[in-house]
Design a protein around this ligand. Structure first.
Ligand code: ZN
Length: 291
């Protein structure tokens, strides 16, 4: 059994065939953590998890890119175009607390974190955007302590200095988590894109390292080296579907069942069997989210 520890089957791309995508995943022995990126998609993740039995869970969160401005985006997979409009959202602690408590299928908080990739606009300075993101991130850490749910962290840096944001995030976690982190595993840094030092520091603070289809790409040599070096008992596999489909599906719409290509790549890199990666990541993910 595999677990896709991070998918967005709550997104519009799946509306027409959601049940099929989930069934295909369960038939292929793949469980799913369905991750929210704002209140609406979080609510939808909870509804989907409630509707399905064993094998589908929800995480609820507010992605840092949705704090500042409305986002209009289009995705296109194999000629199928989907357009999104996501209104900006002010974080409301109580609403997320209530949603977290509304179902025992809510097993994590996220996505939350920092995204400095597209920062300033005409209304906000870079400093202001960073400050807003950091404040909400701290609120999520507080919520994680109060609900005892693990964090699903998103971290993306500025183009001119993509790694600095990892230092910022680690500083915040170190300051804000305190005693709480010594009590166990506290979350996952999803779609990891830092360096080896960052990965080891996250592990130190009680976080797992999440690998997506990016690790299967030919040009991802640094990331592959990190996957090789960190222990298997600290690794989670994920798709981030509909995005980041692994080779051989690169550029197509991703789905949870493709997480096996990520697991296979980790096995190849570590020179262990697929079954070993399957077993370890299953244990890691079910321990973290208490499935
Ligand atoms: Zn995601």
């Amino acid at each position: 059994m595999l677990i896709d520890s991070h998918a967005h089957i709550n997104f519009k791309e799946y509306d027409a065939e959601l049940d099929d995508v989930i069934q295909r995943s369960l038939d292929n022995k793949t469980w799913i953590i369905n991750v929210g990126s704002n209140y609406e998609s979080s609510q939808k993740a909870v509804e989907i998890a409630n509707k399905f039995g064993l094998g589908v869970w929800a995480a609820i969160g507010l992605h840092p890119i949705h704090l500042i401005k409305d986002i209009e985006e289009k995705t296109e997979f194999e000629g199928q175009e989907t357009s999104f409009f996501t209104p900006k959202e002010a974080f409301n602690y109580n609403k997320y607390y209530e949603l977290a408590k509304s179902s025992d299928k809510v097993v994590g908080l996220g996505e939350t974190g920092l995204d400095f990739f597209r920062l300033a606009d005409d209304k906000h300075s870079i400093a202001k955007v960073k400050e807003m993101q950091i404040n909400v991130f701290k609120e999520f850490i507080k919520l994680a302590k109060e609900t005892d749910l693990p964090l699903i962290l998103h971290c993306r840096g500025e183009e001119k200095d993509p790694l600095a944001v990892y230092d910022t995030m680690l500083e915040i976690l170190e300051l804000e988590t305190g005693d709480w982190r010594s009590e166990g595993n506290r979350g996952v840094i999803h779609c990891f894109g830092g360096n080896l030092g960052h990965a080891l520091k996250f592990i130190d603070l009680g976080f797992y390292i999440g690998f997506t289809g990016i690790v299967t790409f030919k040009n991802a040599k640094d990331l592959q080296q990190i996957a090789k070096e960190i222990p298997l008992d600290k690794i989670l596999v994920e798709t981030d579907a509909p995005f980041l489909a692994p080779d051989p599906y690169r550029g197509k719409r991703n789905e949870p069942t493709f997480v096996r290509y990520v697991a296979q790549k980790i096995a190849d890199l570590k020179q262990v069997t697929f079954e070993e990666v399957e077993k370890a990541t299953f244990e890691n993910t079910s321990n973290l989210f208490k499935l």
